[in-house]
Design a protein around this ligand. Structure first.
Ligand code: HEC
Length: 122
């Protein structure tokens, strides 16, 4: 009986060890809730544009609401990122969260952080 318990214990240990192996070193992840790991190069055109278009552009463009800052082009979004304002509003939710009253998912926030950290590649 004791032998069986020991075998089961060892099996559980080895399964856990595999999980740790699965976490790759050299990722570009930054620490954030839920410890989401994002690997590889994040670019505006392949990752960030669709998040901004879907969640921000309705207000932050010339038509119909005309709310500045405009977030219509790569250059618009890069400028907000460069001055730290994008991170403040979307990730730190400071002084208030954007989009108003509803924040992006942790995954989307993490993508934006990594994009900023990699110097806002187009
Ligand atoms: C429902 C409309 C609406 C949506 C959607 C929205 N915003 Fe805003 N945003 C506003 C308004 C109104 C202001 C000005 C008032 C304020 O600063 O809170 C603002 C202000 C900002 C500012 C402030 C700039 C500064 O100079 O302080 C940034 C940056 C910003 N929004 C980014 C975003 C981003 C990024 C998204 C999408 C993830 C987003 N907003 C979605 C309405 C919106």
């Amino acid at each position: 009986m004791l032998f069986r318990v020991i075998i089961i214990f060892l099996l559980i240990c080895s399964t856990c060890a595999c999980k740790y192996d699965a976490i790759k070193p050299n990722t570009t992840a930054l620490p954030i809730e839920n410890n989401i790991i994002i690997d590889g190069v994040i670019t505006y055109n392949s990752h960030i544009k669709k998040i901004i278009d879907y969640n921000c552009k309705a207000c932050h463009s010339a038509y119909p609401i005309n709310q500045t800052p405009y977030l219509e082009t790569y250059e618009d979004v890069r400028i907000e990122a460069m001055y730290g304002i994008l991170k403040h509003r979307v990730v730190d939710e400071y002084p208030s969260v954007m989009p108003p009253n509803k924040s992006l998912s942790n995954y989307e926030k993490q993508l934006i952080l990594v994009w900023i950290n990699q110097d806002c590649i187009e």
